[in-house]
Ligand binder design. Structure first.
Ligand code: SF4
Length: 487
């Protein structure tokens, strides 16, 4: 059996307005390991990491594969429709697009779809493949979406794997690409050879803008790999030449006891690997930050979103935001570089909320910020609130591109201007200028490929920030702006 694993980027062939991390899809590496367990031959086309032209992609999918496991998000709907309708292989769809828009995919496309897999993909994929290998029906496999013999679209109940260690280790060798990186800042003198892992699955919070399947998360129930398994996987990544691990967990520190145990194992193993992760203001404290630093943590992301309690309440982000400045300061003190994530353009947002976010930025002044535009993605509570389930969703919306759905009390121009203000405030802060300059020198010496890419993407983004704003003509507002691809 021959299987192609294919990941399509959100904006195929379109230059994003904002530089983005390119992270290894851990769950696809897990699927690759499962497929190999079943004796399949597996190829990989990760177009987020190594893009090819649409024509080249069309040629690739004409090759004699039995199955294509296709991972796509809603913004890539048009490309999926155009490219994959003609493939002779059967498609097994995974990821955000197939999870949230499966009915439309059946109704609006001619994809040769065997099935889609909702939510958590690896356990259902393992069962599905076993059935396919044995030539048995798969209609009882959990999480599947498929058309039955009567042409009806069936959505089987979901399952969540409880014991994560039951999965084989991801096939890291298949995904051994130098094209994967993150913009998370690292200490000077760090060699950036990135490996990616997930120690846990799930997030217990309910942020209304968050779409679990978009961020590749798996429900609220937390499940964990054993610390021993994590250290073994780090060892394998080190064998492949990786120097730094990026944990892709939604919130790495949900269970502090677990993180202490994992840190202890890392220290015992003495691999000398560095690592980064993402945390939540409510689930971290100074002692844990110090312990993580001792175990090799060099960079940590904090999902702050807004300095305004009103906005945090609106988007159901339960951040105890007063804790943020002290925690970010302590992280820096113990040698952990910091990234803070902000969200602008939230429903009901006004100038006071902008002022409060700016104040929070000035109080935290992390080593990097990422500012996203509020976007009601399918699968989020906000999608239900603001879009509904009509087939009118503009699939080209992206939280890092222009602001195109305005639910604030402000004009779209004002929201976009504030987005720039956040970045400019951060970028021109003396601490940022010093840090960025030293980082660039360090990367020039140790990571020339990363240096070139950072400079190209960073300078392009900076130029766009500095360019005078082109005010839109009156009459376009209120958004939503309607164009592009609708599903
Ligand atoms: S934004 Fe972060 S904390 Fe909120 S639900 Fe999503 S993953 Fe969890």
């Amino acid at each position: 059996m021959k299987i192609l694993l294919c990941r399509i980027p959100s904006s195929y062939g379109v230059r994003n307005e904002h530089p983005e991390n390119i992270m290894m899809p851990v769950e696809m590496a897990s699927i690759a390991a499962i497929a190999r367990e079943q004796g399949a031959e597996v190829d990989l086309l990760d177009l987020e990491a190594e893009p090819i032209s649409i024509d080249a992609l069309k040629a690739e999918v004409q090759k004699p594969y039995d199955y294509i496991v296709l991972r796509a998000k809603t913004p890539s709907f048009a490309v999926v429709k155009e490219v994959f309708s003609q493939t002779p292989a059967k498609i097994i769809g995974i990821g955000h697009l197939f999870h949230t828009k499966s009915s439309q995919i059946y109704e609006l496309t001619d994809l040769p779809l065997l099935c889609g897999i909702k939510g958590e993909t690896d356990t259902p994929f393992r069962m599905l493949l076993q059935r396919l290998v044995q030539g048995e029906p798969f209609d009882d496999v959990p999480n599947l979406i498929y058309r039955n013999a009567d042409g009806e679209i069936v959505r089987n109940p979901d399952t969540l794997l409880q014991e994560l260690d039951e999965l084989p280790s991801p096939d890291y060798a298949l995904f051994d690409s130098s094209a994967y990186y993150t913009f998370y800042p690292v200490p000077f003198g760090t060699r950036r050879r990135y490996g990616f892992m997930m120690a846990s699955r799930g997030c217990p919070y309910d942020c209304s803008f968050c779409s679990p399947t978009l961020r590749n998360s798996f429900g609220k129930k937390m499940r964990f790999h054993s610390p021993e398994r994590m250290v073994d996987d780090m060892r394998e990544l080190q064998r492949l030449g990786k120097t730094i691990v990026h944990f892709r967990d939604d919130i790495f520190t949900v269970d502090k006891k677990y993180v202490y145990a994992l840190c202890e194992k890392m220290i015992e193993a003495d691999l000398g690997m560095k690592w980064c992760a993402q945390t939540h203001i409510n689930c971290i404290d100074e002692d844990l930050l110090s312990a993580m630093s001792r175990a090799g943590c060099v960079s940590l992301g904090f999902g702050l979103e807004s300095g305004s309690e009103k906005i945090l309440k609106t988007v159901m982000k339960t951040n105890k935001i007063d804790r943020a400045p002290g925690l970010v300061r302590h992280a820096k003190k113990v040698g952990i570089k910091t990234v803070c994530f902000f969200l602008v353009g939230c429903p009901g947002e006004n100038e006071d909320d902008h002022r409060l976010s700016l104040e929070l930025l000035n109080k935290t002044m992390p080593n990097l910020i990422q500012v996203a535009f509020f976007t009601p993605y399918p699968g989020s509570t906000d999608y239900e609130t603001y879009i509904g389930d009509e087939q009118s969703y503009n699939a080209s919306l992206h939280h890092y591109n222009n602001y195109r759905m305005n639910f604030t009390e402000l004009s779209t121009d004002a929201v976009e201007a504030f987005h720039k203000t956040m970045y400019k405030t951060w970028f021109f802060a003396p601490s940022t200028l010093v840090h960025t300059s030293l980082s660039l020198i360090s990367d020039l010496v140790l990571n020339p490929g990363y240096f070139r890419m950072y400079l190209a993407k960073g300078s392009g983004f900076l130029m766009r920030l500095l360019k005078p704003r082109e005010l839109k003509p009156p009459g376009l507002e209120p958004a939503p702006v309607v164009e592009d691809c609708y599903i």
